[in-house]
Design a protein around this ligand. Structure first.
Ligand code: 5AD
Ligand code: SF4
Length: 366
C-alpha cells in the first residue's frame, strides 16, 4: 500500500534523523579507533546514547581487540588470600563494619600451594587478592619469592593501599603487577563512599607502583549511585593519563550488609559501553571481562569479551573459603573447585572460537 503523502514525509524525516545520529556515532567511533583520543564531550555523547544504537562502537572495540591480541584470551587465576579489611567502603561486603561475615586469612603455605596448583593447571598468572588486611609484608614477600622460584608464572598483587616500603619490598621479591582500582574519579563521590580514605593517596600509590616497575591496573565501579556519564568520562580520561597496563570495569552490585543495600544495581549495557571505550581509548591495555558483570548477567563475561575485553580472571581459591569472600552477593562460581572453574572457562572460550594464550600476558608496553 502506498502511504499517504504526509505519512511518507514523516517517515522519511525520521529516517533522516536516525541516519544523522548513526553518522555522528560512526564519526566519533572512527576517530577513537584511529587516534585513541576523544574529548570529554565526545565520550559523554557515546555513553549517553542508547546501547541499541551503539553496535558500531562494540564492533570496532572488538575489532581493535582482535588486531592487538588476535583470538588470544589471557587467564589470571585469582587467589583470595584474606577477607579481613580495615576499610569501610560503602559498597563492599568486606567492609569492616560488616560483622555478619566470617573472616579468614590463608596461611603462607596455603597461598603457595594454591598458586602452584594454579600453575599446574596451566595458569600463567596468579593474582593474590585481599581486603586491606595488614598481612605481614615480610610474609607476602616470602610467598612471592617461593612462587617465583617454583613456577614460571607472573605474580599480580591486589592488596589495597599499603606503605611505599611494602610495595618496594614486594617488587624486589619478584612481584610483577599491582591492581588498585581508583573506583571513581569524582572526588566528592570518592570521599562519600570511602570514609577515612583519600583519592590523592590512591592515585599516588598507583603512580609510585608504576615508577618502581610494576605493571599497574586500575578501574571503576560502573553505575555507582550518584555517578553520571560526565564522571565516567573523567574516569576514562584519568585512566588514559595514568598510562595503565590493565583496566577493569564492573557494575555496582548492592550488598545487603552495606549502606548502599537499597540502591539499584549497575547495568550490563553501561558496563559494556565503558569496556568498549576503554579498548578504543587505551588500545594496548589488558581488559578483563569482570566477575561482577558475570554475576549480574550469565552471559556478561561473554558479552564483554566481544566488546573489547581480552582477559578472564577465574577464581582458584579453595571452595571452603570462596563463599566467605563476599564483596557483593551471589558472586558466581563460589561452589566450584579450581579444576571445574578451569574446565568451564576453557569451554566458554572454545565456544567463542577464541584460544587461551600460552604466555604470561605481560603488558604490551614493557
Ligand atoms: N559492586 C561491584 N563491585 C564491587 N567491588 C567491591 N564491592 C563492590 C560492589 N558492591 C569491587 C571494587 C573493589 C573490588 C575489590 O571489588 O572495585 O576494588
Ligand atoms: Fe576493603 Fe577493598 Fe572492600 Fe574497600 S573495596 S571495603 S578496601 S575490600
Amino acid at each position: 500500500m502506498i502511504p499517504e503523502k504526509s505519512e511518507f514525509i514523516y517517515n522519511n524525516y525520521h529516517l533522516e534523523v536516525a541516519n544523522l545520529k548513526v553518522n555522528e556515532i560512526k564519526e566519533i567511533v572512527d576517530k577513537a579507533y584511529k587516534t585513541a583520543q576523544l574529548s570529554k564531550d565526545e565520550i559523554i555523547f557515546l555513553l549517553t546514547k542508547k546501547y541499541s544504537s551503539l553496535n558500531y562502537l562494540i564492533e570496532q572495540a572488538d575489532q581493535k581487540r582482535q588486531k592487538i591480541f588476535s583470538d588470544k584470551i589471557h587467564l589470571r587465576a585469582i587467589i583470595e588470600i584474606s577477607s579481613i579489611c580495615r576499610q569501610n567502603c560503602y559498597y563492599c561486603g568486606l567492609r569492616k563494619d560488616n560483622t555478619n561475615l566470617e573472616r579468614y586469612q590463608l596461611t603462607p603455605a596455603l597461598i603457595i600451594n594454591t598458586a602452584l596448583k594454579a600453575a599446574d593447571l596451566g595458569y600463567k598468572t596468579v593474582v593474590l587478592q585481599s581486603g586491606e588486611d595488614q598481612y605481614p609484608a615480610e610474609d607476602i614477600a616470602a610467598v612471592i619469592e617461593e612462587i617465583k622460584n617454583k613456577a614460571d608464572i607472573a605474580v599480580t598483587l591486589s592488596l589495597g593501599e599499603r606503605s611505599f616500603e611494602d610495595y618496594l619490598l614486594w617488587k624486589n621479591a619478584g612481584a610483577d603487577r599491582y591492581l588498585l582500582k581508583h573506583e571513581t574519579a569524582d572526588r566528592r563521590l570518592y570521599k562519600k563512599y570511602h570514609p577515612g580514605m583519600s583519592f590523592e593517596n590512591r592515585i599516588n600509590c598507583l603512580k609510585y607502583l608504576k615508577n618502581i616497575g610494576y605493571q599497574i591496573g586500575s578501574g571503576v565501579i560502573v553505575d555507582l549511585p550518584g555517578q553520571t556519564a560526565k564522571i565516567l568520562a573523567a574516569d576514562l580520561l584519568l585512566c588514559q593519563d595514568l598510562d595503565l597496563d590493565m583496566m577493569g570495569s564492573g557494575p555496582f552490585i548492592p550488598h545487603n550488609e552495606t549502606p548502599l543495600k537499597d540502591k539499584k544495581a549497575g547495568s550490563v549495557e553501561m558496563t559494556l559501553k565503558v569496556t568498549a571505550l576503554s579498548r578504543l581509548l587505551m588500545p594496548e591495555v589488558h581488559i578483563p571481562a569482570t566477575t561482577a558483570l558475570g554475576t549480574i548477567d550469565p552471559e556478561g563475561r561473554k558479552k564483554a569479551l566481544k566488546a573489547g575485553a581480552n582477559v578472564v580472571m577465574p577464581n582458584v581459591t579453595d571452595s571452603i573459603y570462596r563463599n566467605k569472600y563476599q564483596i557483593y552477593p551471589e558472586k558466581i562460581c563460589i561452589s566450584e573447585d579450581a579444576e571445574e572453574t578451569c574446565r568451564r572457562i576453557e569451554a566458554v572460550i572454545k565456544s567463542m572460537d577464541r584460544t587461551i594464550a600460552k604466555d604470561k600476558g605481560d603488558s604490551l608496553k614493557i
